[in-house]
Design a protein around this ligand. Structure first.
Ligand code: ADP
Ligand code: ADP
Ligand code: MG
Length: 446
């Protein structure tokens, strides 16, 4: 196993990775910006290195400083977490050139899946059903008009390098298309450094269902069942659950076989998630995330597999400790993303946390990095904590999530705890199978 791993991230995920490393007997190196010197991930790591000022491009995205930090500390591998450099193929290549291991898939797979046009094309060739749309980048306005006519309005213009729910726009007719195309291209360029866009069918009221996979370098390609991430706001996940309610097991198994088959054809390595839209009994592939995901804990709770531990092990060349037959999810798990944000206008909130009281008890897991007195900086993502409630049944998990949200205290800053209570108390949510539009359409009346 590695002796020392550098964790190129911050917040709850850096804490999560630190835990997995220390349990494996790996010594850890935290990196941090100036604002994060007092942050939990720095406090619990075995060593830490300040890699720059607060702006992310000068710290958490500063590849040269990160590689220098590896050299100074003698770290052999880098865990990128999610966001930041986790899907940056040139960073993983740079590490390879410095004889360092990137804990993730090889860079050709990051590259291929990071370009959503190429990803869809590749998956289609592997027999994965995809969202109908253009199979190459939009070249001109005329091209966009023709493709949209073919698929039929409404269509979605999407940035091929997009992520985090940004870089997409629905258009209802040719006039809107002409207006929006240059705007989205410009946005794509400024957000993602790449103005390539594509067009796909806008699916009216689907659910977001995703399949978790893990692969090693010994010919094992496993799936860890699915998650339902349909509770979203602005195309960003708010609450996730596993397994997905109300979908026939046969239909799911068929999808798992297709996913595993595609991973085998790709010779994929490490953790990955294939994201699908699900409507009228059909699945449509949207994209693949070649990294650890925010919502991975709900899968861990049901399968009792430590995904981060396995991810590190397979990156080191080990075999996955289990096999497909032994992966039998048990119960139901729900994750609530607790964000620092205003409950009415959703503006990110920053400031000093007064009292923090975490919930606990049977079936409750809280992945966080905050503590009483912690100063939440305004430079970074506003995810404060992930509350993961697990029970025998879906109803049990919902009750547990509500009970623990009532116990939880985060004083001094605004959070979306109340929004989660409203979601979990809603009759429609309790019935299961809400679509990706449900939260946004009902948020005012919840
Ligand atoms: P997940 O599917 O793991 O929940 P998200 O889409 O919520 O993934 O993204 C995880 C984190 O990474 C979020 O903090 C998001 O803001 C960030 N992120 C994802 N993709 C990008 C990207 N292309 N550029 C910048 N940030 C991103
Ligand atoms: P990101 O890289 O930002 O996660 P995705 O392609 O995964 O981008 O899309 C994010 C979300 O946007 C999806 O979970 C879904 O809610 C919505 N979405 C994406 N594509 C479509 C589509 N063709 N029709 C309807 N909604 C879509
Ligand atoms: Mg996505």
């Amino acid at each position: 196993m590695f002796d020392k791993v550098l964790i190129a991230n911050r917040g709850e995920i850096a804490v999560r990775i630190n835990r997995a490393c220390q349990e494996l007997g790996i010594s850890t190196v935290a990196i941090h910006s100036e604002a994060d010197a007092e942050s939990m991930h720095v406090r619990i790591a075995d060593e830490s290195v300040c890699i720059g000022p607060n702006a992310v491009n000068k710290s958490y995205l500063n590849t040269h400083s990160i590689i220098a930090a590896c050299e100074i500390t003698g770290a052999q591998a880098v865990h990128p977490g999610y966001g930041f450099l986790s899907e940056n193929a040139s960073f993983s290549k740079m590490l390879e050139d410095h004889k360092l291991i990137f804990i993730g898939p090889n860079h050709s797979h990051i590259n291929a899946m990071g370009d959503k046009i190429q990803a869809k094309k590749m998956m289609k060739e592997f027999g994965v059903p995809t969202v109908p749309g253009s199979d190459k980048a939009i070249e001109s306005e005329k091209d966009a008009i023709n493709i949209s006519k073919d698929i039929g309005y409404p269509v979605l213009i999407k940035a091929s390098a997009g992520g985090g729910g940004r870089g997409m726009k629905v258009v209802n007719d040719e006039k809107e298309l002409k207006q929006s195309l240059p705007i989205i291209k410009q946005e794509a360029l400024s957000f993602f450094g790449n103005d390539s866009v594509y067009i796909e069918k806008f699916i009216d009221s689907p659910r977001h269902i995703e399949v978790q996979v893990i692969c090693d370098s010994h010919g094992n390609f496993l799936h860890l069942h699915e998650r339902d991430c349909s509770v979203q706001r602005r195309n960003q996940k708010v609450l996730e659950e596993a397994l997905a309610p109300g979908i026939e097991n046969e239909k799911k198994d068929e999808l798992f076989q297709i996913c595993v088959g595609a991973m085998k054809k790709m010779q994929y390595l490490g953790l990955g998630t294939l994201e699908f839209l699900y409507e009228n009994g059909e699945f449509y592939f949207m994209e693949m995330n070649t990294r650890l995901q925010v919502e991975h804990p709900i899968t861990e709770m049901l399968t009792r597999i430590d995904l981060v531990r396995e991810q590190i092990c397979v990156a080191h060349g080990e075999k996955i400790f289990t096999n497909q037959e032994n992966i039998k999810p048990l119960g139901h798990s729900i994750e609530c993303r607790i964000n620092a944000e205003n409950s009415s206008d959703f503006k990110p909130s920053a400031g000093t946390i007064g009292l923090f009281h975490p919930p606990a008890g049977n079936g409750i897991r809280l992945d966080t990095f905050i503590y009483s007195g912690y100063k939440v900086p305004h430079y970074y993502d506003n995810l404060l904590a992930k509350l993961i409630a697990t029970g025998r049944t879906r109803n049990h998990a919902i009750k547990r999530a509500l009970r623990s949200l009532n116990e939880m205290v985060i004083d001094g800053i605004d959070t979306n705890i109340d929004l989660h209570k409203k979601i979990l108390s809603s009759e429609e949510f309790k019935k299961g199978s809400v679509s990706i539009n449900w939260l946004e359409n009902n948020i005012a009346s919840l």
